[in-house]
Design a protein around this ligand. Structure first.
Ligand code: ADP
Ligand code: MG
Length: 531
């Protein structure tokens, strides 16, 4: 039939790219993301200044923070950002690494696509190479135990190198390691560490050196009544998630009053009910009350008269942490309150920090929730230190959990690449090419570290490569001197999980992007998502 009508299967305005065009556009987008964070890798990495639509400024070196603030649009680029986020959630460090690795895997894949190697072959080769790399990592990792304090400190310091926290990293590392040990539960075979029990509280003012570990929780609250004590020793702690009020604004009771005596009776009744509530609290023996809801003025007065320190409208997450720190149960009905619901704190104290009053609930014996109080000159400084400290908490926890570490400074990637090349030779034909490309891609880490330190990456990488061939498995780059070093001896140590997670996620996302040969985008937004 001539004059055949074209068939439209998609809505008008839909954008579609297919085959090689789709692949190469996706790869370009992913590479653009990788290129953005590349210059921030390592101790000599640069920082980025990000300005949001409201004009707020963030200065950071942290991969995931940069990508999140950038509000990336392209779907393939978004997949890369997602990978950085996963890395952050799983280990807390290595976010830049994972993005750079994913980019490099895709770049090498593009070369192969140009040589007409089919994506499924590349995918298969990459998968095999990844599985093998994970095995290799397991094999080369070194043990670390809870007792090796100095190793744990080095792990914390490695994560903070090159960040705003650098100047006080020894001090901060000590705080981080103590904090992680403190919240650890189930010592022995499988320690459980919930890093969520380490609260990072940032306060502008003073200097980084003044940062401290509080064995307990700091509340951004002051006592509700001026007549309450400012300080309590060995206080019984009550946690309430119910108000100490009668006219609870959350319930809409309507009372009709038709004459003054009724009004008087009502007020008296209310007074009596409040008194009853407060008496219940007093007789339980509680001296410090943290209430998630409101506290009536009259109740405040009665509490103060009885020497009780109370704070109100405490965040639920803080109540949970207080419970972990003091051992108190969270009470939902004051009527049911008994002494057994109470916890203990060695010292509850209202203190001025910077320009604000805060309540410190500290000296909690065996506290399973602690606070790292981060100090620093400006908001930008405390924010960036907070991020670095978070990374450090993540790596120390990860190292203790798995008990396995590797050296950084590019040494680990170099060693995996060396052993992986041997393995690649055992594969057949085209998959061998892909596995070898995978090994080459790992070298992007030492290469980038060298570049960012202003060194000649080709020379430096060749030098450490030959050291690895001679059996020096932790030969890495001393970015400060430009020379080769034994990274393990020099204390550049990272938990193995940072590397396994990065390899795993980078490969998965690269594969996912490679398998796409058709992008069909609905015309929902004004701007096309394709470019
Ligand atoms: P990421 O977001 O991936 O953690 P970083 O900017 O923190 O990125 O850089 C991490 C890299 O820097 C790792 O490869 C690590 O081994 C390396 N590194 C850390 N400290 C040193 C050091 N003192 N010398 C050389 N390399 C280091
Ligand atoms: Mg890091």
């Amino acid at each position: 039939m001539s004059n055949q009508q074209p068939i439209y299967i998609l809505q008008e305005g839909t954008q579609r790219t297919q085959g090689k065009t789709a692949q190469s556009r996706n790869i370009s987008a992913a590479l653009a993301v990788a290129d953005t964070v590349r210059t921030t890798l390592g101790p000599k990495g640069m920082d980025k200044m990000l300005v949001d639509s409201l004009g707020d400024i963030t200065i950071t070196n942290d991969g995931v923070t940069i990508l999140e603030e950038m509000a990336i649009e392209h779907p393939a680029a978004k997949m890369i950002v997602e990978v950085a986020r996963t890395q952050e959630n799983e280990v807390g460090d290595g976010t830049t690494t994972v993005v750079i690795l994913a980019g490099e895997l895709l770049k090498r894949a593009e070369f192969m696509l140009e040589k007409n190697i089919h994506p499924t072959v590349i995918v298969k080769g990459y998968r095999l190479a990844m599985d093998q790399s994970l095995q290799i990592l397991k094999g080369i990792a070194e043990p670390v135990s809870l007792k090796e304090e100095s190793k744990l400190l080095k792990i914390a310091m490695t994560a903070m190198t090159g960040k705003g926290a650098e100047v006080a990293k020894e001090k901060l590392a000590l705080l981080v390691v103590s904090a992680v040990k403190q919240v650890m539960e189930g010592e022995g075979q499988a320690p459980v560490i919930d890093t969520g029990n380490i609260k990072i509280e940032k306060k502008i003012g003073s200097s980084i050196e003044e940062s401290e570990l509080i064995e307990g929780i700091i509340l951004d609250k002051e006592r509700v009544h001026a007549a309450m004590p400012r300080m309590l020793k060995d206080a019984k702690v009550l946690l309430l998630n119910t108000p100490i009020e009668i006219r609870n604004p959350e319930t809409d009771a309507k009372i009709e009053i038709s004459n003054p005596s009724q009004m008087q009776a009502f007020l008296e009744m209310e007074d009596a009910m409040l008194k009853k509530m407060v008496n219940k609290i007093i007789s339980s023996g509680a001296k410090f009350v943290a209430c998630q809801k409101g506290i009536d003025d009259l109740a405040q007065h009665y509490l103060a008269k009885n020497g009780i320190l109370a704070v109100r409208r405490v965040k639920q997450s803080d109540i949970t942490k207080l419970s972990k720190a003091t051992g108190a149960k969270v009470v939902t009905k004051i009527d049911d309150l008994t002494e057994r619901d109470l916890g203990v704190s060695g010292l509850v104290e209202e203190r001025r920090v910077g320009s604000e009053q805060m309540t410190f609930v500290t000296e909690c014996k065996k506290a399973k929730a602690v606070t790292l109080l981060i100090r620093g000159g400006t908001e930008h400084i405390v924010d960036e230190i907070g991020r670095a400290v978070e990374d450090a908490v993540g790596v120390v926890a990860s190292a203790i959990r798995s008990g396995k570490v590797v050296a950084g400074a590019g040494s680990c990637e170099m060693e995996v690449a060396r052993l992986l090349r041997k393995y690649a030779n055992s594969l057949s034909g085209r998959e061998q090419l892909a596995a070898a490309a995978f090994a080459e891609a790992l070298e992007v880490i030492p290469t980038t570290l060298a570049e960012n330190a202003g060194l000649d990456p080709i020379d430096v990488v060749a030098e450490i490569k030959s050291a690895h061939d001679k059996g020096r498995k932790w030969a890495g780059i001393d970015v400060f001197t430009g020379k080769m070093m034994d990274a393990f001896q020099k204390g550049v140590i990272e938990p193995v999980q940072v590397k396994t997670q990065a390899l795993n996620s980078a490969t998965e996302v690269a594969i996912m992007i490679l398998r796409i040969d058709d992008v069909i985008a609905a015309n929902a937004k004004q701007q096309g998502p394709m470019e």
